[in-house]
Design a protein around this ligand. Structure first.
Ligand SMILES: [Mg+2]
Length: 165
């Protein structure tokens, strides 16, 4: 298994069908914040991300933010979205993923990590034995210099996705 390869990839979180998650046996959805739900370091969640998160809750999935972002902002995101969080998650280490699975009382196999970065969200989620979904960054211009640099290497790991884009 290629630990850098997501199980599926989509342009936006709002394009992830619940039927796909159900077919994978998912009970818990772990969400990155920076450039997955909002631009990096921002509280400006996209409307479609907010709507998808609400629909995800109504569909019965247990949601949790798993973020390396700044503590104050991650806490605000958790309050705004009404879902718990693990922060700092220390992605790509498996620490945060395991902590989130423990909090949600689910096994890693029942979890999917959704995020915009291969070398944190996808690598870490795969290593923790979870399913993973890559989304395109909400606003790539907001990325830090390190992330901008490393994104060129991310692209090499993205073959055709069996599902998604
Ligand atoms: Mg991110």
């Amino acid at each position: 298994m290629n630990v850098f390869k997501p199980k599926a990839h989509f342009k936006r979180v709002s394009q992830i069908p619940f039927s796909l998650l159900m077919s994978w046996g998912i009970r818990s959805v772990f969400l990155d914040t920076d450039n997955t739900l909002a631009p990096r370091d921002s509280d400006a969640f996209t409307k479609d991300a907010l709507a998808w998160v609400e629909a995800c809750k109504r569909a019965g999935f247990l949601l949790c933010i798993v973020s390396n972002g700044r503590p104050g902002r991650v806490k605000r995101a958790s309050e705004k979205l009404g879902i718990p969080f693990v922060n700092p998650a220390l992605k790509p280490l498996s620490y945060g993923f395991k902590k989130a699975a423990h909090m949600m009382k689910v096994s890693p196999k029942q979890c999917v990590m959704v995020g915009d970065q291969i070398f944190t969200d996808i690598w870490g989620g795969n290593n923790a034995g979870m399913k993973t979904i890559l989304v395109e960054p909400v606003d790539p211009k907001s990325d830090g210099l390190w992330t901008k640099w490393i994104r060129r290497f991310e692209k090499r790991h993205l073959g055709p996705s069996p599902e998604g884009l």
